[in-house]
Design a protein. Structure first.
Length: 269
């Protein structure tokens, strides 16, 4: 049983409140939903334009790494934002989106997930979702002309399993053949994410999502390995500040705030 195709009009009917501005475009396959939406943004597409694809041939995550996006097994979606001012608030988009995804999965899919700073959603010890936020700037003011928010969720195991390099780290929400999400397919999950995210976006500066982001974190209090600019070091994840930065304690007793980079939980032994 394959996952039912998106029907944009049906998805749009599920949208409420601030998310009602969204207009959805569906493609069977794209190189990348983010790249397609960036092209549309340059052509004048309005805020709330949403691009969805059944598959991506060149989906990507942070650091330019590939995001494996086979047909019929995942939710691949990008959202165009034009109202983010000032640019200093842009990092909060990823934080708000992570909470929106985690909450929507809990309600629609009845699955508990956790957030690994800054942009990954985990179920158990496996990553089931990645978030990629990309900004285009006005050259004159360095303000954001537009922001493209990309979200990829692994729903079902891909045929033949994940590639060898992902088998230890990648997971999915459901086991077995596609179909557990019911007749309406991925639409309810996409709508649930958009409904929550646009409520948070409307009060981005107020950070109504920050407490939930911290509560859902799977990294706070953990010994971690941090990687910045090709350099790795051991630390302990202590807190998440109001701008979404990760406060870590270093082995020499000092503290540092990470605003970008990567972390992984350091296993004992």
């Amino acid at each position: 049983m394959r996952v039912r195709q998106y029907i944009p009009a049906e998805l749009e009917r599920r949208l409420r409140g601030p998310a009602s501005v969204c207009r959805c475009r569906h493609y069977p396959v794209l190189d990348s939903t983010n790249d397609r939406l960036k092209e549309m943004a340059e052509a004048g597409a309005p805020e709330g334009t949403v691009v969805l694809a059944d598959a991506q041939s060149r989906g990507r995550g942070c650091g330019g790494r590939e995001f494996f996006s086979p047909a019929g097994t995942g939710l691949y979606m990008s959202v165009l934002l034009r109202s983010v001012r000032p640019l200093t608030l842009a990092p909060l988009i990823t934080v708000a989106a992570a909470v929106a995804v985690s909450e929507a999965i809990e309600e629609v899919c009845a699955a508990e997930t956790r957030i690994k700073w800054v942009n990954d959603i985990f179920r158990g010890d496996k990553k089931i979702c990645g978030i990629l936020t990309e900004s285009a700037l006005y050259h004159e003011t360095a303000e954001a002309d537009h922001v493209v928010l990309g979200i990829g969720v692994n729903l079902y195991p891909p045929p033949g399993g994940f590639p060898a390099e992902l088998r230890e780290t990648a997971g999915c929400l459901y086991e077995g053949e596609p179909g557990e999400m019911g007749e309406s397919g991925r639409g309810p999950l996409a709508a649930g994410i958009l409904n929550r995210f646009f409520v948070y976006l409307a009060d981005l500066a107020g950070r109504p999502f920050m407490a939930e982001y911290r509560r859902r974190s799977n990294i706070l209090g953990q010994s971690v390995v941090c990687r910045e600019g090709g350099v790795s070091y051991a630390a302990r994840a202590l807190a998440i500040d109001e701008d979404g930065g990760l406060v870590v304690g270093l082995e020499d007793g000092s503290r540092k705030v990470l605003v970008s980079g990567e972390t992984r939980i350091r296993l004992a032994g």
